[in-house]
Design a protein around this ligand. Structure first.
Ligand SMILES: CC(C)(COP(=O)(O)OP(=O)(O)OC[C@H]1O[C@@H](n2cnc3c(N)ncnc32)[C@H](O)[C@@H]1OP(=O)(O)O)[C@@H](O)C(=O)NCCC(=O)NCCS
Length: 180
């Protein structure tokens, strides 16, 4: 009889804290996903890379993890912000919320190979270790096809509303939350 593979077992690589020398490898992954047509959204990519660098500063309130494939290639990233951004705070239901940030997996390694779930599990573990009570995440219209199904499938995550015009005129962002 076939048994279901746990996501954490499906990913054969390693999840670890981001190091400074990962950043040149993460930028192209972020550039792949943050574009309008063929034009890379440089400011948003710069913002993500700044968050990655900031996470290396002790006390920054950001923790970034990377996924590396069995051969050591960095193929994805996901992070935790100890404090949700202001626009997300109204969606918190408990007293110590946090936020998932900068979630991208290389297109050759995504959708069912388990890297995103393995990163998510590490982020959730980190949040629980910090005493966080719930986790929030928002995702904009660029990621309706490429990101929303992932959050919808993660155990315990529920859609709790949208923030209108968050990414510009008519560009709403979807919000999910999970109790930890
Ligand atoms: C969202 C993302 C980080 C998830 O990482 P991943 O490595 O693809 O996730 P997993 O392989 O662990 O997938 C877990 C489950 O979600 C499903 N899934 C993931 N992305 C999906 C998609 N776009 N459409 C349908 N299902 C998807 C997987 O098929 C898998 O389902 P299964 O358990 O039934 O097999 C990655 O797909 C990604 O980088 N997407 C593009 C960028 C993006 O949208 N990021 C989110 C921005 S907020």
């Amino acid at each position: 009889m076939e048994t279901a593979t746990k996501e954490s077992e499906r990913f054969k690589g390693n999840i670890r804290l981001l190091r400074k020398d990962d950043i040149p490898y993460l930028r192209p992954i972020s550039e792949f996903w943050l574009r309008d047509g063929n034009v890379v959204a440089d400011e948003e990519v710069d913002g993500d890379m700044a968050t990655c660098r900031r996470s290396l500063i002790p006390g920054s309130g950001k923790t970034m993890f990377v996924a590396e494939s069995p051969d050591g290639t960095v193929i994805g990233m996901m992070g935790l912000s100890d404090e949700p951004k202001d626009a997300l705070k109204p969606f918190a239901q408990l007293n110590n919320p946090c936020e998932i940030i900068v979630a991208y997996v290389h297109p050759d390694h995504m959708m069912g190979k388990g890297a995103g779930t393995a990163l998510m599990n590490k982020v959730l573990e980190s949040a629980r270790t910090k005493g966080k009570t719930e986790i929030l995440v928002e995702s904009g219209p660029r990621h309706i096809e490429t990101g929303y199904p992932f959050y919808d499938k993660q155990p315990g995550f529920e859609k709790v509303g949208k923030i209108p015009n968050f990414y510009g005129d008519g560009q709403n962002t979807q919000v999910w939350r999970k109790t930890l």
